[in-house]
Design a protein around this ligand. Structure first.
Ligand code: NAD
Length: 501
């Protein structure tokens, strides 16, 4: 079976374990829905504990197999370059698949799948440049060096909002350093992970190096996070789920990387280039219909320009072209899930109940059919203590909040349980740097927003999680350091005394 849009539409997909398609032990399949119509478009295998066990065993076996562990790092990098080329060849189909599965507009999914080859090429280039060190040990006649080794089997649990890109942030560094992977995609978006696993096989990765078990979080995800054969969990998703996963993993002392939710402050000072700032704010919240972890959902505006900025952001929000996600002219597609649409509706009501004012949007757009569309929504007169400013809505809703001065801004910006990202628009570099130092955020953008790069370490603080992806930080996440001490002095030393000299 080849996992392309045309092949899976109307069919059922299986699990991908040990280089082959496998039926789920449960024998069950569940529907995956097209958010632009609300109708099911394929069925995914309902994997569970037995399937996860089979996948972890296959991944463990692959680690022990010379076909993977004796390959030179340069050749491992070569496999990844080949995978990058295959992704490039298939990028249009992968983009169509993502758009169909989670409703993200085609312009965005094309940008994401177009970026993936470079993502894999970057980590491919690292494969033979990862090394330990020789340390100047404080003992005579001894040599101390470190080795940086793969951690082993990595369990990767992925959300639905950017399924392929988020899987890649773990998969690429994991493969570069020689790990094996069991991936559990979101139950809402299984297709692209299966397609990627297939491309890995086509690229020549040995069977068992990349496995995909689709299924629900409470069954397949739960089993993966507590499996004793898993050496590391890479999780991206909601904060509550992150807590459950970390506590499951703790039973085996399995370390985790947790990329969780956010409520990111996006700041406009009165000295900013206001045209660029408005663009940044609009794109920062309405791209992907606000369903990005780094969405700039709390927009802080200096009080002297507050009313003007609300008007401008609201006018831009009203002008956004809402439509079917596969139409290249569409700027805002549907939300990915019906439950997500209902959540956004609930939060708009909370905002109104607590006294915020709708400057734009707040309802369903007049689009025919049963798609899960919602208007780009701008709340003015919002305060940082309102529920709409405290909770992650994960939808196209921005809270416009005014601030007096830098001290007031920092106090409000940091008054959040989250600490994922922040943005600031100002022409004053000193002010920008003061903000960057003071704000609790894993990434700070100055006069730009959502500029991601595979070289740039990303990850949150506080309830936004811990650990990093991208750059060499990702290599650290997926390797372990072993210290080797050799006595080459020829001296007889007292076996019962720790050698202090
Ligand atoms: P989610 O937490 O509901 O699900 C994420 C994944 O976890 C899915 O694969 C799901 O099946 C699995 N899961 C659910 N319950 C589980 C359990 N008990 N044990 C093991 N696995 C379980 O998140 P979502 O709704 O798919 O995604 C939205 C969330 O992801 C938002 O909060 C968003 O901020 C966050 N996110 C964070 C980042 C980041 O880099 N920080 C990036 C994208 C999304």
């Amino acid at each position: 079976m080849k996992t392309t849009v045309s092949r899976i539409a109307g069919h059922a997909t299986d699990l991908f374990v040990d280089g082959a398609w496998r039926k789920p032990a449960s024998g069950r399949y569940f529907a995956s829905y097209d958010p632009s119509t609300g109708a099911p478009w394929y069925e995914a295998a309902d994997g569970g504990e037995e399937d996860v066990d089979a996948a972890v065993n296959a991944a463990t076996q692959a680690l022990q197999d010379a076909a993977w562990n004796a390959i030179t790092p340069t050749r491992r990098g070569g496999l990844m370059h080949r995978l990058a080329a295959l992704i490039d060849d298939n990028k249009e189909d992968l983009a169509q698949m993502e758009t169909r599965d989670n409703g993200k507009i085609i312009g965005e999914t094309r940008a994401q799948t177009g970026y993936l080859p470079d993502y894999f090429n970057y980590f491919a280039g690292m494969a033979d440049k990862i090394h330990g060190e020789v340390l100047p040990i404080n003992k005579t006649g001894m040599l101390n060096f470190t080795m940086r080794e793969p951690v082993g089997v990595v369990g990767v649990i992925v959300p639905w909002n950017s399924p392929l890109s988020i899987l890649a942030t773990a998969l690429a560094p994991c493969l570069a350093v020689g790990n094996t992977v069991v991936a559990k995609p979101s139950e809402h978006t299984s297709a692209s992970a299966l397609a990627l696993a297939e491309l890995c096989m086509e690229a020549g990765f040995p069977a068992g190096v990349v496995n995909v078990v689709s299924g629900y979080g409470e069954s397949a995800g739960h089993a993966l996070s507590r499996h004793p054969g898993v050496a590391k969990i890479a999780f991206t998703g909601g904060t509550d789920t992150g807590r459950k996963i970390a506590s499951n993993a703790a039973a085996n002392l399995t370390p985790c990387t947790l990329e969780l939710g956010g409520k990111s402050p996006h700041v406009i000072f009165d000295d900013a280039d206001l045209e660029r700032a408005v663009n940044g704010v609009v794109a920062g919240i309405f791209a992907a219909a606000g369903q990005t972890c780094v969405a700039g959902s709390r927009c802080f505006v200096h009080e002297s320009i507050y009313d003007r900025m609300v008007d401008r952001v609201a006018a831009r929000a009203r002008a956004i072209r809402i439509g079917r996600p596969e139409d290249p002219n569409t700027q805002l597609g549907p939300l990915a899930l019906q439950s997500q649409l209902e959540k956004v509706q609930r939060y708009v009501q909370y905002g109104l109940d607590q006294g915020a004012t709708l400057a734009a949007g707040g309802g369903r757009p007049p689009i025919k059919g049963n798609g899960w569309y919602f208007q780009p929504t701008v709340f003015s007169a919002a305060r940082n203590d309102m529920k709409i400013a405290r909770d992650e809505i994960f939808g196209p809703v921005v809270c416009m909040i005014s601030f007096r001065d830098e001290a007031d801004l920092i106090a409000q910006a940091n008054d959040s349980v989250y600490g994922l990202a922040a943005g600031v628009w100002t022409r004053d570099i000193d002010r920008a740097l003061r903000f960057a130092r003071a704000v609790d955020a894993g990434t700070v953008w100055v006069n730009t927003y959502r500029s991601a790069s595979f070289v740039s370490p990303a990850g949150g603080f506080k309830w936004s999680g811990y650990g990093k992806h991208n750059g060499f930080e990702a290599v650290r996440e997926y390797t372990r350091v072993k210290s080797v001490v050799i006595d080459h002095s020829g001296l007889g030393r007292d076996a019962f005394v720790i050698q202090l000299k």
